[in-house]
Design a protein around this ligand. Sequence first.
Ligand code: GDP
Length: 430
Amino acid sequence: MVKAVVGANWGDEGKGKITDMLARQADIIVRFQGGANAGHTIVNDYGKFALHTLPSGVFYGHTTSIIGNGVALNIPLLFQEIKSITDRNVPKPRILVSDRAQLVMPYHILFDQYEEERLGGKSFGSTKSGIAPFYSDKYAKIGFQVSELFDDELLEEKAERVCEQKNVILEHLYHKPLIDPGELLKTLREYREMVEPYVCDVSLYLDQAIRENKTILLEGQLGTLKDTDHGIYPMVTSSSTLAAYGAIGAGIPPYEIRQIITVCKAYSSAVGAGAFVSEIFGEEADELRRRGGDGGEFGATTGRPRRMGWFDCVASRYGCRLQGTTDVAFTVLDVLGYLDEIPVCTGYEINGEVTTDFPVTHRLEKAKPVLTVLPGWKREIRGIRKYGELPENCRRYVEFIEEQIGFPITMVSNGPGREDIIYRESTLKR
Ligand code: GDP
């Protein structure tokens, strides 16, 4: 049984917590896209952790954690991350790295920085982890695949070829120091030594696991609105954030993904540039940011304050639809308990007309939020384990949003811990 855990919005919806929670009953957890540019925050028996590359199942002894071929693999960061958890008494996780994953090279990170510098005020708000240059090279067919590290002749030829091309741009566009092919080869050989014990033919391994009826979780990074094709292009990430891509980025048949759990946060937050229709500002935003998540809405990788907004039904319905949602996990609901009234964005006004369909970017930029105000519940709801025990206004909030987005909310998360979850029967008919 393969399940995907993915985001409906701009990322930071709480996928890490849901994956960590579901991993208790899973055998294998696979990261299938993205790199170390975003993070998942997880609170469990070992403490609080920010993961960037490792799948959120690494905290259990019984799971195997896989870096799929779709991932942008930064080898030194992967090993730093493993060390950072084992230093804090987490048993050494069982990790497999796809022989078809490609490598984030030091020059990808530099190119990311140089390009942001060059663009100045017009930058995309990149985390400068090398992700866009990495995926550009992958599709330009000048990336390094893990398997290639084991072919010396190929490496030498390719290192020369890559340097030749990169150095033209470094010299003439960025006016920065050039890359030396010898140095590049040395780095690649270091990476080979580090990764060798973990390399695996992942699609073959997963094929066997599926036949043995193992439970496999595909863990997405970011959310629908950051998807290269279906997101707010060009303010998107450079890989697909959709569950469908899980099949490609892990190497399994698409029809094996039986459950798609789309994580939706009870309010909105976003990082980086781009249209954000339900955004709020000033003291109202500061308070939600301070109270949000677990210890405030600040980037797990960058520490950047996140942009804040009310729940956006238009974006979330679209986000859930593109994921192919079977279940919505509605998270961080406990945070809203301080509000007397809770605005929810239920439509976009564009050029004087109201729509509930999520538009393409140039129209999205003109959209103004149409808000519906719901009554707050003014109570702490952490610790509650049964849906019926939530305050009435809180249930009304959940049910209103479920109706608006049109996908069944079967899990409500009311705290950062593994046990802070309420399962719910949905009566929604699609
Ligand atoms: P991800 O990238 O989707 O995994 O999300 P992040 O880890 O960046 O952000 C989610 C934040 O919210 C983390 O700090 C979690 O510990 C926290 N969190 C997750 N679920 C809940 C919840 O139900 N309530 C509260 N208060 N915090 C939560």
